[in-house]
Design a protein around this ligand. Structure first.
Ligand SMILES: Cc1cc2nc3c(=O)[nH]c(=O)nc-3n(C[C@H](O)[C@H](O)[C@H](O)COP(=O)(O)O)c2cc1C
Length: 183
């Protein structure tokens, strides 16, 4: 049941970022409380306003923003504490590498590390085929699997860059169904 569940959707700077608008819409429509965190690079692809409108909540892009009036809380800790399920989509080669190395240098990576052990974490990679098959990326994927992250995709097919192969974002329908099954 997605209803009233707190879901964090982490959006990274990949061309598939626009597809996540549909995922956020579906999760919200199913009754979930969706908090979107965008990397700085994700904001080059889709505006925070789009996710804010679809989720009905403020979008988090910056760790250093002052809390709203009358609110005193450490935002990344508060977000992480109430998280029932975390999904990163599209997950770039960059975020996969940063998480595998334990780096927390922006809002998304910091929240991911602050989420309590046992909370399901899903990673939906999307990138060029050569990036995906790069041994460094594959090594990082293995590491994250070992730490308990579940990978959804990538699918194979024609990529935005014109190449064909593994690296397409899994379909939004499949991502949605897998998340629904897990919660
Ligand atoms: C047009 C364009 C499309 C990109 N698409 C992808 C992508 O699909 N996957 C990926 O891993 N990186 C992609 N990149 C590179 C990332 O944006 C870059 O590695 C960035 O540092 C990722 O930052 P983030 O992980 O903090 O969002 C793309 C870059 C550009 C300019």
């Amino acid at each position: 049941m997605l209803k009233n569940k707190n879901i964090i959707v982490g959006v990274c700077g990949g061309i598939a970022a626009y597809k996540i608008c549909e995922l956020v819409h579906k999760l919200k429509y199913a009754g979930a409380e969706v908090s979107v965190i965008m990397t700085k690079n994700a904001c080059e692809f889709v505006t925070p306003l789009t996710f804010q409108t679809l989720s009905g909540k403020p979008v988090h892009t910056d760790m250093w923003k002052l809390p709203a009036k009358d609110a005193w809380q450490v935002e990344h800790v508060e977000l992480a504490k109430k998280c029932d399920l975390l999904v990163i989509a599209p997950a770039t080669a960059n975020i996969i590498g940063k998480l595998a190395a334990g780096i927390a240098d922006d809002m998304l990576t910091t929240v991911v590390l602050a989420v309590q052990a046992g909370v399901p974490g899903f990673i939906c990679p999307a990138m060029n085929t050569n990036m995906w098959s790069n041994k460094i990326v594959q090594d990082n994927v293995r590491k994250l699997k070992k730490y308990g992250f579940k990978f959804i995709g990538p699918a194979s097919g024609k990529l935005a860059c014109g190449d064909t192969g593994a690296g397409r974002l899994e379909t939004i329908e499949n991502i949605y169904l897998q998340l629904k099954r897990r919660i």
